[in-house]
Write a protein that binds this ligand. Structure first.
Ligand code: PLP
Length: 385
């Protein structure tokens, strides 16, 4: 049997159309876009086209796009680049539920004397915007808050957050790595200053990311070297990656409606059936304000990792919020920040769907899951308690 892939927030299948588009840029059009010759020029014009396709999805100007190597680099470049451009400001405001690409970068900056404020969230994973407003002061260089959470799918009210940052004249960055391709965006109508995205989360290739930088925003260069990306990010362009991302964005624009209807329908079907069929399980996150493809459910009294292993036996790929750090399995920092008890957080599973999933896959998973849960609960020492 083919695998059933419900781990699309980790990475996605590269669309066939994307591969087709990338192929000629390995062996046929392999030149360096910075070269003076016509061969190089042809490639730089293809990069221009890809930039336009990406700008089309984001609703921004092509010149506002900087190519990076991944989402992590985009996040790092937004944070470090803003601090470099505003050397007199020493404070960053972020949230406790960010991806490590933001959280670890901010925590490292703390060791270098910066003040880092990590805003907490409520039991639904939502921020207290009054607290954000209170924290912004004259020393604040940047507010960096993710658009949607990778573990729970919870979507923050980004436009309200931007308004607050903007009213206080503070630069605003959002990690939209899980959002782009799943929710419609129109940056021309938004005051977002900086936005990160990553190719491999929207059926594009790995190793390519984008940092959107709104016209007029000052950002110091994070990578020094050549003059690529108008001097804003040095390094020879990942040409096949850029071409692939352009195509992936074009496809994403065509499929956004489908993501919010059919993919959402499948996610809801899976979620409702699991919550009904498995006793003692609970949904983590904000049911109303969520990505259309993500559900995060805790199956109490058993460990998420054990569920994943049994799902894997049936060819079903999902994910748990735990991260294996220094040999010990820590439950998700996101669920812990939401006040989910330690053992309940440990029993969480994230299913993240894509436009390639089918009703049959959902039905099969719904059929297998109660057996898996029962089997594990029979062995669980917590059930008797
Ligand atoms: N930010 C979020 C919200 C993510 O989900 C991820 C990847 O899982 C990243 C950042 C890192 O992106 P990349 O894998 O492209 O470095």
């Amino acid at each position: 049997m083919d695998i059933i892939y419900f781990d699309n927030n980790a990475t996605t299948k590269v669309a066939e159309e994307v591969i087709e588009e990338m192929q000629p840029f390995f062996c046929e059009f392999y030149g360096n876009p910075s070269s003076m010759h016509t061969f190089g020029g042809q490639i730089s014009s293809k990069i221009r086209e890809a930039r336009e396709q990406i700008a089309g999805l984001l609703g921004c100007e092509p010149s506002e796009i900087i190519f990076t190597s991944c989402g992590t680099e985009s996040d790092n470049a937004a944070i470090m680049g803003t601090l470099g451009a505003l050397p007199d400001r020493r404070k960053i405001i972020t949230s406790r539920v960010e991806h490590p690409a933001v959280l670890r970068t901010c925590r490292e900056l703390k060791n270098h004397g910066y003040t880092i404020v990590e805003l907490g969230v409520d039991k639904y994973g939502q921020l207290d915007l009054a607290q954000l407003e209170e924290q912004i002061d004259d020393d604040t260089a940047l507010v960096t808050i993710m658009y949607a959470n990778n573990e729970t799918g919870v979507v923050f009210p980004i436009e309200k957050i931007v308004e607050i940052a903007c009213s206080k004249d503070v630069v605003f960055h959002t990690d939209a790595i899980q959002t782009v391709g799943k929710m419609p965006l129109n940056l021309a109508k938004s005051k977002i200053d900086l936005l990160s995205l990553s190719g491999h989360k929207l059926h594009g290739p790995k190793g390519i990311g984008v940092l959107y930088v709104r016209k007029g925003i000052r950002l110091s260069s994070f990578m020094l070297g050549g003059h690529q990306e108008a001097g804003r990010r040095a390094g020879t362009e990942n040409v096949p990656g850029i071409i692939g991302l352009g195509k992936a964005c074009q496809l994403a624009a065509q499929n956004i409606e489908y993501e919010n209807s059919s993919v959402k329908h499948l996610r809801d079907k899976l979620e409702n059936a699991l919550l009904q069929a498995c006793p003692d399980c609970r949904l983590n996150g904000d049911k109303e304000n969520r990505l259309p493809n993500t559900t995060n459910i805790s199956f109490e009294y058993i460990e998420g990792e054990s569920i994943l292993l049994l799902l894997d036996k049936y060819g079903i790929c999902a994910s748990s919020g735990s991260a294996c750090t220094s040999g010990s399995l820590e439950p998700s920092h996101v669920l812990r920040a939401m006040g989910v008890p330690f053992t309940v957080a440990h029993s969480s599973i994230r299913f993240s769907l894509s436009r390639y999933n089918t009703e049959e896959e959902v039905n099969y998973t719904v059929q297998k899951m109660p057996q898996i849960i029962n089997q594990l609960r029979e062995l669980s020492p917590f059930v008797a308690e």
